[in-house]
Design a protein around this ligand. Structure first.
Ligand SMILES: Cc1cc2nc3c(=O)[nH]c(=O)nc-3n(C[C@H](O)[C@H](O)[C@H](O)COP(=O)(O)OP(=O)(O)OC[C@H]3O[C@@H](n4cnc5c(N)ncnc54)[C@H](O)[C@@H]3O)c2cc1C
Length: 456
């Protein structure tokens, strides 16, 4: 079917929900990576049945579709390749149920993570996964990427909270997996298979999430160090001290300076590194654990400040969440990776990053969830300077090699998408890749769901 006819037919299915103006299509052509495309059309369905109609039509006429949440993905997952229809889930944005007896929340995929957190807190409930983008990313995108966040060190990632899903398959059939129960072992775990599948196996239309009681108390500590080695030593001491903090985040000197240039948060400019640590639980436990952590920090030459009220806590987190946009103060192009190494190898990895930064003569500010070994590594460069950009790409390869050598993995939470697909062979062996491709083929035999992603 010719390009124009495909567009017309798609429009005929849901005319009031389809965008085809070039200006509107432009807005759906990119995400938070530097990848870009232009969709054939954008459709905004409001329920699973509409998604099913579209998928069935696309399947029959071999038209590719890309599910999209809020487009905050870091690896190009929601970016349309050629001749693709974007299925934006933004209109499916209702919280369907918060059930305090079953301790579950049932949501549509377009609900913002931060909005659900707020609504749960009003009822004394808690949904731990907290990507730094939580105020502007969707839960559908979180499930599709298996998003994590600072609280993963204690509470795990999105996968650990998804009890059930409703997904539309590539031919329009609806697949319901799991449910409201906390257990269930009948057959293969298709719910878990869908989590992290980056929109390549199905379009998620309903999500059942496990929720927890809101912790009674949270303490937030800012620990400042004049040496990165001291900060790294503190991380090892805390993680081996039988305390599980709810966050253990690190910012290096370059990240601190970029954030302060972006907005004056009052972070210590003379620090080489800082740790943002939280503990939560019953008041007494929180008080004991925060004292213990403070003393571990001071024993490693750190100085400690405890945030006294909700405003100071929120301001520290605002500074932490500002790092990603702030880094553009250093250079116009950011190649962002989210490697993970075993926790004990974090100090060695930071040393390796310093060496690579010097070797390639490029700033590599690094920060992130060091408590679980997940480091956000940002190679700062300028895409319009071919020589420098090539050096940046070479440095990425070396960073990945060092990560794998230390027993780590090239992505902890951002997924593969477009930007990492050329590297998956460094992380996965042939048998893994063969089985994954076979699974993809069962779910999507015509290859119309989010083509060009994950596999090179
Ligand atoms: C400033 C900033 C900070 C960030 N911090 C973190 C962080 O701390 N932790 C973290 O994990 N990530 C982080 N991210 C990355 C990003 O926010 C997450 O990957 C998030 O889960 C993407 O959600 P989204 O709604 O924007 O999805 P999109 O970017 O729109 O899509 C992401 C992928 O999910 C698929 N998808 C979306 N909706 C559906 C659906 N309903 N069904 C099937 N597939 C779907 C898309 O096809 C695509 O492959 C950050 C991003 C930014 C910009």
């Amino acid at each position: 079917m010719a390009f124009g006819i495909k567009k017309k037919k798609i429009q005929d299915i849901l005319p009031h929900r389809t965008l085809t103006d070039p200006e509107e299509l432009f807005c759906y052509g990119f995400d938070a990576s530097s990848s870009e495309g232009r969709p054939l059309a954008v459709v905004k369905p409001v329920n699973a049945s509409e998604v099913g109609q579209l998928a069935a039509f696309a399947h029959e006429h071999a038209i590719s579709i890309v599910p999209r949440g809020a487009g905050t993905g870091m690896t190009g997952g929601a970016v349309p390749m050629k001749d693709v229809v974007v299925l934006s889930m933004e209109a499916m944005n209702r919280i369907l149920e918060i059930d305090q007896h079953d301790m579950v929340a049932v949501v549509e995929p377009g609900v913002m993570n931060g909005y659900l957190q707020e609504k749960l807190e009003e009822k004394g409930l808690f949904y731990p996964p907290d990507p730094a983008s939580m105020k502007f990313c969707t839960l559908g995108g979180n499930v599709a990427e298996n998003a994590g966040g600072p609280r993963a060190i204690k509470y795990g990632v999105t996968r650990d909270y998804v009890l059930g899903l409703e997904s539309v398959l590539s031919d329009g059939r609806i697949l319901t997996t799991g449910g409201k129960t906390y257990k269930g072992v009948v057959g293969y775990d298709l719910t878990r298979l869908m989590v992290g599948s980056e929109g390549t196996l199905g379009i998620i239309t309903k999500i059942i999430l496990k929720v927890l009681p809101l912790p009674e108390e949270v303490a937030t500590l800012l620990c400042t160090f004049t040496s990165m080695d001291d900060a790294a030593r503190t991380v090892s001491k805390i993680t081996s001290a039988s305390i599980i903090p709810r966050t253990l985040e690190m910012m290096d000197r370059e990240s601190i300076h970029a954030v302060e240039k972006y907005k004056a948060f009052g972070l210590p400019m003379d620090a080489e590194a800082l740790l943002l640590i939280e503990v939560d639980g019953p008041v007494e436990t929180v008080s004991k654990e925060s004292e213990r952590i403070a003393s571990l920090c001071t024993s490693c030459n750190g100085s400690v400040r405890i945030a006294e009220d909700r405003y100071s806590k929120e301001r520290l987190w605002e500074a932490r969440r500002a790092i990603s946009p702030a880094l553009y103060k250093i250079s116009p192009t950011k190649i962002n990776e989210d490697i993970v190494v075993p926790r004990g190898s974090v100090p060695e990895m930071f040393g390796k990053l310093r060496e690579i930064s010097e070797k390639y003569d490029l700033p590599i500010p690094s920060f992130g969830h060091v408590g679980d070994g997940n480091i956000h590594v940002n190679v700062m460069t300028d895409k319009n300077n071919p020589d420098e950009y090539q050096r940046a790409l070479d440095s990425i390869k070396e960073i990945f090699e060092a990560t794998i050598r230390l027993g780590g993995t090239i992505s902890g939470e951002h997924g593969v998408g477009i930007t990492k697909k050329q590297y998956i062979g460094m992380d996965l062996d042939d048998t893994n890749i063969e089985i994954m491709k076979a699974v993809k083929n069962v779910f999507d035999p015509k290859g119309i769901l989010n083509p060009g992603k994950i596999f090179p």
